[in-house]
Structures are given as C-alpha cells and as structure tokens.
Design a protein around this ligand. Structure first.
Ligand code: SAH
Ligand code: DHB
Ligand code: MG
Length: 225
C-alpha cells in the first residue's frame, strides 16, 4: 500500500470512530456545496477541524479570528466552539467563496455569531483593528501563505496574553525545509516561523501531519505577556 493510501485509511479509521455524526451534519453539507460551487478541495480535514474546535474550547474562546474562509468548513468547526454570545470574524478575498461560506454558516445555525468579511485580508485587518475589538482568543491563519508574516503581525496586534495563533500548511510536503525552494508561499511561511521563533511575546511549536490532507502541518503559538 502506498504511504498516501495508508494515511487516508488511518484518517478514515479515526474519523469513523471519533466523528461518527459527521455525514448528515451541516459540516458535510458545507463540503458538498463547496464542491458543487467549484471551490478548491483544500479545507481542513474533519479530524483537523475537530482539533481546531478542541483548541478553541480549551482556550475558552469567546472571540475567534479566521483569515481565509473558503466555504466556511473550518469556520463551522471553530464557530461551534463558541458560547451563544461568542463571535467569529472570518476574512475572505474571493466573493464567490464568501457567498458559499455565508450559506453554509447559516445552515449550521451560526449566522448570529459568525461574520464573513470580503476583501484582501491586509485591507480588512486594519479596518478591524480600528474598531477596537476585544482581543481574539484564537486566530486561525489559513489564506495566501506569502502574507503569513503580515498575518502573524496582525494576529499579535489583535490578541492578548494567553491567546492562541494557529498557522496552517507550514510543511507543504516538506518544501518548507528545502533550501532550493524559494516559492513565495514557502518564503512567507518560513518568515512566519522565524517570527514565532524569535518573538519575545510568542511561544510556539510546529507539528507535521499526515492524513487526508497528505503531508503538511500546523504551527501553534501562544501569546505571552
Ligand atoms: N480555512 C478554510 C480554507 C481556506 S483556503 C478551511 O479550512 O475550510 C484559503 C482561502 O484564503 C481561499 O478561500 C482564498 O480565496 C483565501 N485568500 C487568499 N488570499 C487571500 C487574501 N489576501 N485575503 C483573504 N483571503 C484570502
Ligand atoms: C492549499 C491551501 C490550503 O490552505 C490548504 O490547507 C491546502 C492547500 C493550496 O492553496 O493548495
Ligand atoms: Mg489550509
């Protein structure tokens, strides 16, 4: 069996046992409608979505920021971690993606708590900061990787002590550590990792993952005082 197939089979095994409700849920519907609308199949996997939800719950998150909505799949996982009066702001560049996401989020019953803002995140973030929102307890960065260092800087501005920043796709099949790879996305992720490793207000780590999303990984950073 190929490694890829093995990773998939183990992900299916875990998903069957740990996420048994998923098939008839608004989450499955969100993926189905995202597909039907031609969105790229790059949402987090179900097991990864559940990890994001658990992390948000462990944080006791009341305010969550997401950069990169796509069809709202990760948004729904994170949104379900919120208390009734919690809030999630998700930033999406592509109005077609945002439109699909808004429908998916409404079907999940999260439209009161979740707001999707359309436009380049680097334009939405300063506007958001101008509104002086309460600090975000969790920030999930999952948009254009070239801007990852900028997103890290904004995440630092919009969080406070104890907040958690999660950065997706830091491995990309191992390209992050290939010195010959100078793809702008890889450079962006390297710069974000350097920022986490060198910043006095961040304590971070990174984890490689295999599974339904092949070989990739997350970086996690906790905001210090
Ligand atoms: N978090 C989603 C997947 C996001 S895919 C999930 O796991 O379900 C990345 C998304 O980032 C895409 O929808 C893409 O349109 C969006 N994106 C790309 N560049 C962006 C930018 N500059 N600002 C905001 N969103 C951007
Ligand atoms: C891609 C983007 C993602 O956020 C992801 O999780 C996987 C793949 C991509 O652009 O290919
Ligand atoms: Mg991603």
């Amino acid at each position: 069996m190929s490694e890829q197939r093995l990773w998939h089979e183990v992900d299916d095994y875990f998903t069957d046992r740990l996420l048994p409700d998923a098939p008839d849920d608004a989450l499955a519907a969100a993926l189905r409608d995202s597909d039907a609308a031609g969105l790229p199949k790059i949402a987090v996997s179900p097991l990864q979505g559940k990890l994001l939800q658990l992390l948000a719950q462990l944080q006791g998150a009341r305010n969550i920021l997401e950069i990169g909505t796509l069809g709202g799949y990760s948004t729904i996982w994170l949104g379900r971690a919120l208390p009734a009066d919690g809030r999630l702001v998700s930033l999406e560049y592509d109005p077609r993606h945002a439109e699909v996401a808004v429908r998916n989020i409404a079907r999940a019953g999260l439209d009161k708590q979740v707001e999707v803002r359309v436009g380049p995140a680097l334009e939405s973030l300063p506007r958001l900061a101008d509104e002086n929102p309460p600090p975000f307890d969790v920030v999930f960065i999952d948009a254009d990787k070239v801007n990852n260092p900028h997103y890290m800087e904004w995440a630092l501005r919009l969080t406070s002590t104890g907040s958690l920043i999660v950065l997706d796709n830091v491995v990309r099949g191992g390209r992050v550590a290939d010195p010959d790879n100078t793809d702008p996305d890889v450079l962006g992720t390297r710069a974000a990792l350097d920022l986490i490793g060198g910043h006095p207000r961040l304590s971070g780590t990174a984890l490689q993952t295999v599974g339904a999303k092949s070989y990739d990984g997350f970086a996690l950073a906790r905001v210090l005082a």
